[in-house]
Design a protein around this ligand. Structure first.
Ligand SMILES: [Zn+2]
Length: 142
């Protein structure tokens, strides 16, 4: 299942360094898929991808595709962000919980639906002049 792709005119929010550990994740984004690393030994999911499982310290991972379904855990508005984050000001930054059990920090894009704490949101892939990234946007419950 591929996630919606939203085109943004801004550069990505951070300078991205692709490593051997993160290459699969970034390749997945380019295909519209948000991938989570699953430890082959204890099945723990990790994000961001790591070289070593934080639970059992093994080195073998497989990849699973996130559904994109999430809930909004927290939200803030940043009115004056450092230039390196390439955010339009003001920018909404959220902490979301993926249904797979991963909590992550991301930009919250404008949408028809107003954000509601604990309410549903959707992970989206964002396309920037310098590559792909990700964000979330609130969606209708139901
Ligand atoms: Zn493990």
């Amino acid at each position: 299942m591929t996630l919606p792709i939203v085109t943004l005119g801004l550069r990505r929010p951070l300078n991205i360094e692709v490593t051997g550990v993160t290459q699969t994740f970034w390749s997945g984004l380019a295909e519209g898929r948000f991938l989570l690393a699953r430890c082959s030994h204890c099945s723990r999911l990790s994000f961001p991808p790591r070289r070593i499982c934080p639970d059992c310290h093994q080195l073998d991972f497989t990849w699973i595709e996130a559904s994109g379904r999430a809930t909004l855990y927290s939200l803030t508005r940043i009115h004056n962000s450092p230039p390196r984050y390439n955010l339009l000001s003001p920018a909404r930054v959220a902490i979301i919980d993926l249904e797979e059990g991963i909590r992550l920090l991301t930009r919250l894009l404008p949408a028809d639906q107003a954000p509601v704490m604990g309410g549903p949101c959707q992970l989206v892939i964002t396309q920037h002049p310098d590559g792909m990234h990700y964000a979330a946007r609130p969606v209708e419950s139901g």
